[in-house]
Design a protein around this ligand. Structure first.
Ligand code: HEM
Length: 205
């Protein structure tokens, strides 16, 4: 079994649980308000900032895989949406960051994390259209994070899949594979915990 198939199978339950998280679930509902949307983006920002900072420390390894990590960063898109959503730069910089992120001490762990963050762009296509419709927002300017690669999403995913599969096939031991899978599961789990099941803190905009 290739690495991407193993990742998909290992995280199916985790994905379902995250989808069922009340805050994620609300994104797809007709009760979504602009405040809900900005609050969720703020929380996603607090998760993605520390994760992307850690992922960027593996730049030489990304290059070896042919992965252009800088082109896959989502924090700039989150910043764009948050500013468009009414946050000031000051407020943006004061948003809390998640401190219990998955461990990234090895490259297989980083690959597990990247799989989850990139996979979010797939469901994001559907989510972004729903948000834009429900809130009357401009997809590219105000729903940039969830719409991310837009028409290029399928191609970006396919490219990543080929890169991860071929690198893992030659360079990852069985232990590395197991480490990668555990890391992807932990990424889903920590995001679910970070979002929590209670109401998100309201952000003053
Ligand atoms: C309301 C929330 C969500 C919905 C409705 C949703 C929906 C989907 C859908 C429909 C797909 C399959 C797309 C396709 O095969 O073309 C998918 C894939 C995926 N999603 Fe989500 N998603 C949600 C949230 C998230 C979040 C927050 C993350 C991670 C941060 C995530 C990670 C993934 C991953 C890793 C895959 C790829 C699975 C594979 O290996 O094929 N999803 N999602």
């Amino acid at each position: 079994m290739n690495a991407m198939t193993a990742l998909k199978i290992a995280t199916q339950t985790h994905h379902s649980l995250l989808e069922a998280n009340p805050h994620m679930h609300k994104l797809m509902s007709d009760r979504l308000t602009h405040t809900d949307y900005v609050s969720l983006l703020s929380r996603m920002y607090g998760f993605y900032v520390p994760l992307e900072t850690c992922l960027s420390q593996f730049e030489p390894s990304w290059q070896q895989c042919g992965i252009e990590f800088n082109h896959r960063r989502k924090v700039p898109l989150l910043e764009q949406d948050l500013l468009a959503g009414g946050l000031t730069l000051d407020a943006l910089h004061q948003l809390p960051h998640c401190t219990s992120i998955p461990r990234m001490q090895s490259f297989p762990q980083a690959v597990g994390v990247l799989y989850v963050l990139e996979g979010a762009t797939l469901g994001g296509q559907m989510i972004s259209r729903q948000i834009a419709l429900q809130l009357g927002l401009h997809l590219e300017r105000e729903v940039a994070f969830f719409s991310s690669y837009r028409s290029k999403t399928g191609a970006m995913w396919k490219q990543l899949s080929v890169q991860i599969n071929s690198y893992a096939e030659t360079a990852f031991s069985h232990t590395d594979m197991a480490t990668m899978l555990l890391s992807a599961q932990a990424t889903f789990q920590t995001l679910d915990d970070w979002l929590g099941s209670n109401r998100l803190t309201r952000i003053a905009v």
